[in-house]
Design a binder for this molecule. Structure first.
Ligand code: WT7
Length: 696
């Protein structure tokens, strides 16, 4: 039975509706996105809708108050499009975007010449224009089930404005970068929104990163002001955030970079004396003393909003840059349609704001829609494996969004613990981060959703800003394990080994053919790297790094990364980063890291290491190597299996054959199934490694 009979019709009620909207979105993206952007957002300086602008614009209720502009309020595109000041023709979009390195630098631009502010659209618009001030923005649920609080849109606007003034008092201005290293408390989105409000660029760093990983990020973006907390409990484990941040800042100082202020939230409230520093300022005290009046900084559409570091096949993590307007439209629109959000819904995404999912689907997407969300500090298995189901009942959650690794972990605890909860409020279930295996999909659907909640398996990436391939819950028939069909404006293609586009059914490298508003704009400080990473493999296409199959119904099935990137518990880890950490040890001459199938994590980390003369493969050494990786990256990147490799399989030109290492790591023992090994410099290496595989 449906969860609620009084529910309004779905935003996309049928496949016919999907197909016709999709067709328009790819055939006339300017008109499609222009209409959505004008109707659902506020702009201080509008863009002009192309074509029949007047017709589509007249549908928008324009603000009668002609003074609103001068008062610093935003206006709808329609209202201002009629004004003479906007006569200078500006474009929505995509036609100015260049995807092809052969025709000039890659340049992605949307809603150019307009000005808006994302925080305004998340807060002021909801409070002052939509009457949602008293609606709950966040139900905060602590790690400890006895700790909880809530925050309305009005309260959130007040706190964000005050905190924006605090940032300003430390000299943070438009275009400056701010490092954010926080637990999942409401102050985390508050810090993000405060940056957005004044045009500062946030760089949120996942709470699980090590001090070295954090130092690298602070240095790359030159974050002078840092926002952090004393620490946090995750389950029974304490993460001493301030301690880690202190070490990171010392590391930066050694490199000649000085952080000028650390704004510290007293979350646990027991920061030891030895962790206090002269740069520290007390967040809550500053916030209480700050004025709640903070005018919005109106920003050009392409002004950077944030950077978020992500791993690739080579080198250090890249700072993926997203900008104000396009990202705003993308995060909001994907959220609205894919979670079919309606007033009264309570939405919960379990992701951490340290990852893109937390940016787009904990902070920006829900707030832009005026949604009510649960913000969860803890972990799904604390105090017990029924926590998620209890939280769903407690807040009457309607949409629940999590990762396959969490589903698999909870599945292990059996159905009985799920059955102790009602979950009657649930309507839609979502998953993201890696391909979901059909067994986990079916358990999610049948046991958690009791067969009545569609599952939206959303394929996307840090780089894409939001959903790219995904079902529409009331329209798309699901197939377990398939992310199904493209979102509006997304034109996927598969490229075969000859570099040609695959027609119809088939398999290949997943690419995207035309620009969409949420697309990343550059790699922070390195536009060349942006072009090389995403636009050089297949000219004229955005390269995703994923392999994919298209079936007879046109459904997409992601098969996993085809580059040297691992997806471990949905966390993206570059093999080169892990190898870098391992060879940093004096006892290691060479290391090769690959993924192998892991029941819970999806992919586990398997490291082949060649030791230097005089070093022995002892448990102590392995322990040291494990620690080195944790120190370099973070605990989530822990190596699962070490394999001593006196030699590695290489081609005659000295290139490591990872394809072979992946087979060995997967436990493959029949050398005939290894594919072509004729280019190996020394074929005996393979037999040797097969016979010495740990657990062999
Ligand atoms: C990579 C992107 C997008 C937020 C979380 C991860 C894999 C993501 C799916 C899915 C199969 C998926 C891909 C992608 N991935 N969602 N529904 N089905 N694979 O973001 O860290 O940027 O990683 O995650 O391999 O390339 P990310």
């Amino acid at each position: 039975p449906p969860a609620r009979s009084d529910r309004p019709a779905a935003h996309v009620p049928s496949m016919d509706a999907y197909r016709s909207m999709y067709r328009e979105s790819v055939e006339d993206p300017d008109r499609f996105w222009g209409r959505i952007a004008a109707r659902e957002f506020s702009w201080e300086t509008p863009f002009i809708l192309p074509g029949d602008a007047a017709a589509s614009a007249s549908a928008i209720a324009s603000k009668p108050d002609a003074e609103s502009h001068a008062n610093g309020n935003a206006t709808t595109a329609a209202a201002a499009a009629a004004a003479p000041a906007a006569a200078d023709p500006t474009k929505v979009t995509s036609q100015q975007s260049n995807f092809d390195v052969r025709t000039g630098p890659v340049a992605i631009k949307w809603f150019e010449s307009s000005r808006t502010n994302l925080a305004y659209n998340c807060l002021d618009r909801n409070v002052h224009e939509r009457g949602l001030g008293d609606n709950v923005a966040f139900f905060w649920e602590g790690n400890n089930p006895e700790q909880a609080s809530k925050l309305t849109y009005r309260q959130l606007l007040d706190r964000v404005s005050r905190f924006a003034n605090v940032l300003k008092s430390f000299g943070v201005a438009k275009g400056d970068t701010v490092g954010v290293y926080m637990p999942m408390v409401v102050e985390l989105p508050i810090a993000m929104l405060a940056c957005a409000r004044i045009g500062a660029i946030h760089s949120v760093m996942f709470g699980g990163f090590s001090h070295e990983a954090i130092a690298g990020r602070i240095l790359d973006a030159k974050c002078k002001v840092i926002v952090t907390a004393d620490g946090v409990f995750r389950g029974e484990k304490v993460i001493p955030l301030k301690h880690i941040m202190n070490k990171a800042i010392e590391h930066c100082a050694e490199q000649g970079f000085a952080v000028t202020a650390t704004i510290v939230l007293a979350h646990l409230g027991n920061l030891p004396e030895e962790e206090k520093r002269s740069l520290d300022r007390d967040w809550l005290k500053l916030e209480a003393e700050a004025s709640p009046d903070c005018p919005v900084e109106w920003l050009e559409a392409e002004h950077p909003l944030f950077m978020l570091y992500t791993s690739g096949s080579t080198g250090r993590p890249k700072g993926v840059v997203h900008t104000q307007a396009g990202y705003m439209v993308w995060a909001a629109t994907t959220f609205k349609y894919v979670f079919d959000y309606h007033p009264g819904d309570v939405y919960w995404c379990t992701a951490d704001c340290g990852w893109i999912t937390g940016h787009s689907y904990v902070t920006y997407g829900p707030l832009l829609n005026g949604a009510t969300s649960v913000l969860f500090e803890g972990i799904p298995t604390y105090p017990d494996a029924g926590r998620c189901w209890q939280v769903i009942d407690k807040y009457q959650v309607t949409q629940f969004y999590t990762a396959p690794t969490a589903i698999r972990a909870l599945m292990k605890f059996g159905d009985e613990i799920v059955a102790r909860s009602s979950r009657a409020s649930l309507r839609i279930l979502g998953t993201v981060g890696e391909p979901i295996n059909p067994a986990a999909w079916l358990w999610y659907f049948n046991v958690v959703g009791e067969g009545r909640c569609p599952i939206v398996d959303t394929w996307w990436q840090t780089e894409t800003g939001g959903f790219m391939i995904t079902p529409f819950p009331a329209a798309t028939p699901c197939k377990p394990g398939s992310a199904t069909l493209p979102f509006f404006g997304v034109v996927p293609a598969l490229i075969d080994s000859q570099g040609r586009e695959v027609e119809g059914e088939g398999e290949g490298s997943l690419v995207i053919k035309q620009s969409w508003p949420g697309q990343m704009r550059t790699v922070f400080g390195d536009h060349k790297r942006f072009e090389e990473t995403y636009f050089s493999q297949h000219k004229g296409y955005y390269f995703s790094g994923d392999g994919c199959r298209r079936d007879e119904d046109g459904y997409y099935w992601i098969t996993g990364r085809i580059d040297d990137v691992l997806m471990v518990s949905g966390h993206r880890i570059g093999t080169a980063e892990v190898e870098g950490a391992l060879v940093g040890h004096e006892g290691v001459v060479e290391a090769a890291v690959v993924g192998y199938p892991h029941d819970i994590k999806g992919e586990g980390i398997y490291a082949f290491v060649t030791l230097a003369e005089g070093f022995k493969f002892t448990p102590e050494l392995v322990q040291h190597l494990k620690l080195d990786v944790r120190e370099n990256i973070g605990a989530f990147a822990s190596v699962d299996i070490f394999h001593e490799a006196p030699a590695l399989p290489k081609t005659r030109s000295g290139k490591i054959m990872r394809r072979i290492l992946r087979k060995i790591a997967a436990g493959e023992t029949d050398i005939h199934s290894f594919g072509d090994t004729s280019t190996l410099a020394d074929p005996n290496v393979v037999e040797m490694l097969i016979s010495t595989r740990p657990g062999h």
